[in-house]
Design a protein around this ligand. Structure first.
Ligand code: 6R9
Length: 650
């Protein structure tokens, strides 16, 4: 088997679904047939059958003012009640919604009835703090049940959540608080990470102090039991207010286009974009894809998606999709290797996980650590594996299927984005012949095309730009507070077709292969980082005159941040120890933006390669960072520059 894996980079194999799997699969060929017969009727059917509407809709799509779509817009529903109350009313209140596994080994099983009661309490707490429909509430929490409860409580009262990943810095949190003018922040004293308590409350204190002053209340979950400072009147313990709050709360109905959340993601400029999602269409597509792509049988499956709720995957495939579908799922607070490198596999064994959804970067780091680790656990309950965040190389795909999946279960590679809200391209496990390395086919009801830069269809199997040609239910409705940037970023290029920012090609069978970003956005361990944002953080350091950042390919993380920095003249002598200086700059970026943005390397150089018009040629720096021969330098203002830089980097 090793021999096969070593030679699998040019993967040509297909894996047909087994007849047993196909026979029990929730998605059959009729889905795609119905969708191609009448796309809008198909989505309307999904919205009616997967969700419970307080006021049924009669209109499916309003696309009269592109790119501003409205889906199901005369219908009303409460998103949280769709994830909670209706399952209890249907007699499934005793089903476990969440198996929580804390990093130190504490655990809790929370049923749908219990989760519903907790969310009602939290909704009453928010109302008590003055939160009204349409208000923005920032969430800065570890992956603990209260993160899920907070998001659902915010949705339940019609407010808008903005979840900020707990690894982000005070500055990043402050800018997100300001952009959305959040009135409340929900955080914890701290959470567990790599065996230690990682404080969160001090970061919130710093962020609120730096922010423009919209925050009136900070609600603090007790988790790490670390010491925290307290601002009387502003700060409240979650457990104290929840204990006083009623667990009765009637969920009000909101319009299908009522905003549900804002989630910030990196763009090509330094300023993160607040991607806005609304209620009915988002929940329809999250639930539809979660059920059909993962072949969910809610009465018997145990599902685990390893994403944090700070990312879109955590929104759609930890919170909204699984809970709308009444699934039982695992959430795990900590890191994969704490306290031992088999922690994830131990969790799969402990809970009998049947559906597992993770990222290629994690799979590759497990590959490095060796198959003996997962092989010492019982993973035989698994029956579907998913991948998301970046292209999965065929070698990792095969390893995932063989070593984790025992060699016979489907692996679905799911392409989508914060902006698309839910899965757009994926195999369906009971139907599609799987092809390692390809994300394969648009999900039923989604229209994808690969176009040239000019907007023409590409020739045959050549590469081009990935576009979505028809509006879809879970599409972003805009960028918070910036309709022009929304138009400019996604729609200006191809008119009313959505430009995703990814390169792609279709093979002879029509399967889609993703080729990575075509803009200045890097993908590090499945997380989007902007070169511009990291460059501006580097330039903000007193030692730095100029900086250029590139994403260099990295065996484990997909891409890694590599920076080239020119120091200010007067600082060069102060920074004579280049090793210490580059360490300092790496730490600076981690502090300013967050640990995920910490450059793998910072090279101190005297020059940067520029065109005559002064644009930095990052392509040449990427060649250097990836240890390749430097490409065409003829458009450089000074063609000798690359030799000087190469010598300095070596
Ligand atoms: C869900 C998520 C989106 C970007 C996207 C693309 C890359 C995600 C992928 C993939 C190839 C896959 N991406 N899934 N590339 N194959 N299966 O990751 O959202 O954080 O917004 O990132 O990630 O480049 O444009 P987000």
């Amino acid at each position: 088997m090793n021999v096969q894996i070593d030679h699998s980079l040019e993967e040509i194999r297909r894996f047909r679904p087994s007849p047993e799997f196909a026979a029990q699969a929730v998605a059959g060929p009729e889905l795609a047939e119905a969708a191609s017969a009448d796309r809008l009727a198909f989505w309307a059917d999904q919205a009616r059958s997967l969700l419970t509407w307080s006021t049924p809709f009669t209109r499916t799509l309003d696309w009269s003012n592109p790119p501003f779509a409205k889906w199901f817009d005369d219908g009303e529903l409460n998103v949280a009640a769709n994830c909670l109350d209706r399952h209890v009313e249907a007699g499934n209140g005793d089903r476990v919604a969440l198996y929580f596994e804390g990093e130190p080994g504490d655990s809790r099983a929370i049923t749908y009835a219990e989760l519903t009661a907790e969310v009602k309490r939290a909704a009453n707490v928010l109302i008590g703090l003055g939160v009204k429909p349409g208000d923005r509430v920032a969430v800065y929490l570890p992956l603990i049940p209260e993160a899920v409860i907070a998001m659902l409580a915010i949705a339940r009262v019609g407010a808008i959540h903005s979840v900020v990943f707990g690894g982000f810095s005070a500055d990043s949190l402050a800018s997100r608080i300001d952009d959305a003018e959040a009135s409340v922040v929900i955080t914890a004293d701290g959470g567990y990470r790599k065996g230690k308590v990682f404080p969160l409350k001090p970061t919130v204190d710093e962020a609120v102090a730096k922010s423009a002053g919209s925050v009136g209340h900070v609600l603090v979950v007790r988790r790490g039991e670390n010491e925290v400072d307290w601002v009387e009147g502003r700060d409240h313990w979650w457990h104290e207010l929840a204990a006083e709050a009623s667990d009765e709360h009637e969920a009000p109905a909101f319009n299908a286009e009522h905003p549900l959340f804002i989630l910030y993601t990196s763009g090509t400029t330094g300023k993160p974009k607040g991607i806005l999602h609304t209620s009915g269409g988002y929940l329809t597509q999250a639930a539809f894809t979660h059920r059909n792509v993962f072949d969910l049988h809610p009465e018997r499956d145990v599902y685990w998606c390893t994403a944090d709720v700070g990312w879109i995957t955590g929104h759609s495939y930890v919170v909204y999709g699984p809970l709308a579908n009444g699934a039982t799922q695992v959430i795990y607070e900590g890191t994969p290797d704490t306290p031992h490198p088999g922690r994830w596999w131990e969790i799969i064994e402990k809970y009998g996980v049947t559906i597992f959804y993770t990222a290629p970067t994690a799979i590759r780091s497990f590959m490095k650590a060796g198959r003996q680790i997962p092989q010492s656990f019982n993973l035989r309950t698994l029956r579907v594996l998913g991948s998301v965040g970046e292209p999965i190389n065929p070698e990792a795909w095969i390893w995932y299927r063989h070593v984790i999946g025992g060699g016979s279960i489907p692996v679905v590679d799911t392409w989508w984005q914060t902006e698309t809200g839910a899965i757009m391209i994926s195999a369906l496990p009971g139907i599609t012949d799987l092809k390692p390395g390809s994300a394969q086919v648009p999900v039923p009801g989604i229209s994808i095309d690969v176009l040239t830069d000019e907007g023409d269809p590409v020739d045959g199997t050549s590469g081009g730009l990935l576009t979505v040609t028809e509006p879809w239910p879970s599409m972003l409705r805009g960028i918070w507070g910036d309709p022009e940037r929304f138009q400019e970023t996604y729609w200006a290029k191809f008119g009313d077709r959505y430009f995703a920012g990814d390169g792609a090609r279709r093979d002879e069978d029509g399967d889609i292969w993703l080729l990575g970003r075509v803009d200045d956005v890097m993908n590090v361990s499945g997380h989007r980082l902007s070169t511009a944002e990291i460059e501006s953080s580097l330039v903000a350091h007193p030692l730095t005159a100029e900086a250029a950042v590139v994403g260099a390919s990295d065996e484990t993380t997909g891409q890694a941040v590599v920076a080239f920095v020119i120091l200010k003249d007067r600082q060069v002598s102060a920074a004579s120890d280049t090793e210490a200086t580059s360490q300092e700059l790496r730490a600076h970026v981690a502090k300013e933006i967050g640990a995920i943005a910490r450059p793998r390397q910072v090279f101190i150089v005297n020059e940067l390669p520029k065109t005559r018009s002064g644009k930095i040629m990052r392509r040449l720096l990427r060649d250097l960072a990836e240890g390749r021969e430097v490409g065409d330098t003829t458009t450089l203002a000074d063609t000798s520059i690359m030799e000087i830089i190469s010598a300095q980097v070596r």
